[in-house]
Design a protein around this ligand. Sequence first.
Ligand code: C2E
Ligand code: MG
Ligand code: MG
Length: 579
Amino acid sequence: MEYKNRTDHLSQFLGGNAFEEKLLKVLLENSSEGVALVDWRGNMRRINRAFSRMTCRPHEDLEGKNIARLFPEPADRVLLDEIVETLWQDGYWSGSVHPKCVGRQENLEKFLKISAILPSQGKVRFFLCQLSDTRLLDKNDESVRDNAKDPLTQLATRALFLDRLEQAIAGAKRHNHSLGVLILDLDRFRLINDSLGTQLGDEMLKEVAVRLTRCLRTSDSVARIGADEFGLLLTDIDEGTGAVRNSGFVARKIYEALAEPTRLGFQDVEISVAIGITLFPQDATEAASLLKNAETALDHARRRGRNNYQFFSADMAEAARQRFALESSLRHALEGDELRLYYQPQVDLKTGHVFGAEALIRWIHPERGMVSPAEFIPVAEETGLILPIGEWVIRTACQQIAQWQSMDLPPIRVGVNLSALQFQRQNLVFIIKDALMQTGVEPSLLDLEITESAIMEDVEKAVKMLGEISELGVHLSIDDFGTGYSSLSQLRHFPFKTLKIDRSFVSSITENSGDKAIVNAIIAMAHSLDQKVIVEGLETEEQLAILRALNCNQMQGFLFSAPVPAAELTKMLREGKRL
Ligand code: C2E
Ligand code: MG
Ligand code: MG
């Protein structure tokens, strides 16, 4: 269909003003971008020279003709349909086109942006098409590819995703639409990379990309925005609660699409993900804030366990803000000498004598006073600050042991808590050796407490590292036993000498016969592996009597003493305080 009548809305649109018409012409002709003014029927009403040059067609072949002639092939038609549909929905489309140029060999790629021109009143009657020379895509041209497509998955990159998000926001603002932004993160991807190799890790990412693409409609987009993070932009969703329902639906669709195990090498691997969701305009109206919200929601989803999605909420933002504040003051704490070690005595149940103590960190905050490790250790773990803090704890505990040794007191073994991250990242063996050497402390007086979950994250590595530490002569204890999922038989492979029964069992042991039976079994098992058993959080004489009857070896708890500063423990040791 060609355009015949030149006197309809265009002159109205231009205001019937000859000067404006002239100005428009000058602007158009001097633009290096190809520009076409297209009416709602698809007729190109004005085009400039650059447009004609870039499409390799003479002016008269274009102006007044329908834009469909630029899309002659069947594949082009599919693209044109997509463009038209998106334009009616969002008022905006952008992407690559490949105009055919007679007598030219290379693949001429141009970048086309079309946006609806919104009249002050009435219907949209005109669209502005802008065509620009993107550089010829050369397979070796890293910079072009890096900026647009992720070479591994062929998905858009973070930069392009952000760009699309900004465009979608502009469209959604004009049309009062809602948008959904989802960020998806693969659970335990690092583990897959480490255990199966990066090549299979890459295969998995590609597979995820394919499955995600299948979940989305053409108007939505998906991008790889981090090593194992994907961004999804949902443009066609309802408003208000409908937006929540729509995005939740897509999240569930993604879980279903990923649920089918993937064959990687010789094994089937299940893909599980955490998803954070935020909505425009409810949660934020700027691209950067939306991404930040989605990351915050993702963080919450991750913490709730595997295969989980979370919508962003204002509470989350407040919690994130507080965490951030805590993080920055924690950094300062380490430099500003605000951290202290307290020591909680450990008592032998046969003799009643103190034989050791657990070093427990305290943060003396200049404004808040004493902050519990339960509050700041998780933040330190997430931010990696636990590495310097953990090293400080090891060195300070060793100095304290040396000081007690120099005071002519009975030898005291000091337990130090280790975090999973120290285990994975730090050169622990070196730090421990160095701390012992610097202080001249007998290795058997240092006791390292490790939780089940820390070793189960990477069993092979844990076996190796704990073997090396134990060879130094350092004592090893398993902390909070009973709260993790490790099987008892697995623990045989580790050189633990002491098992610490978690506090949660002790508090219920007097009421719950089931817990008593479990504690009984744990003690019997530990003894059969030649391990001592210490019970944590012992508070009452009644609990003490039961644990004595069950043959527990040692205790630590408020019944004897809460954690105290080193000087106070020194006093107890001097006075020979007994249970
Ligand atoms: P944990 O290693 O299981 O430490 C035992 C916790 O139980 C301590 O809490 C201790 O004060 C508390 N407790 C001891 N006896 C009783 C009792 O009779 N009743 C009750 N209700 N509680 C008792 P705290 O000091 O708040 O430490 C909490 C956790 O923070 C520790 O649990 C440990 O996981 C972590 N933590 C403490 N210091 C460090 C450290 O230097 N490094 C690392 N990575 N984690 C630490
Ligand atoms: Mg502990
Ligand atoms: Mg414990």
